[in-house]
Design a protein around this ligand. Structure first.
Ligand SMILES: [Zn+2]
Length: 86
């Protein structure tokens, strides 16, 4: 994986390392194809982006649950699904 990505929204370079401009950076959008089909038939592609660029695109902070401090990490979700949580 290259050390420098370009944000798919603003086209500026973005570091692969943690970015002091936002605690969620660096981010990537994950495009999921064919959401009407079974998971096994879907395709996915990641697009690097700045969190704030995506936030401006969405333009509705009430939808941005991911900024909540207690929003689950993927590890938390996997632990819950496997019964390791709680
Ligand atoms: Zn950007």
């Amino acid at each position: 994986m290259p050390l420098q990505h370009r944000c798919c929204i603003c086209k500026q370079s973005m570091p692969h390392e943690s970015d002091p401009s936002h605690p969620l950076n660096p981010c990537a959008l994950v495009l999921v194809s064919n959401i009407n089909l079974d998971r096994q038939m879907q395709k996915e592609q990641e697009f690097p982006c700045h969190f704030d660029c995506f936030r401006r695109l969405v333009a509705d902070d009430s939808l941005m649950y991911i900024v909540e401090p207690d929003y689950s990490t993927i590890g938390d979700v996997e632990d819950e699904q496997s019964g390791r949580g709680s």
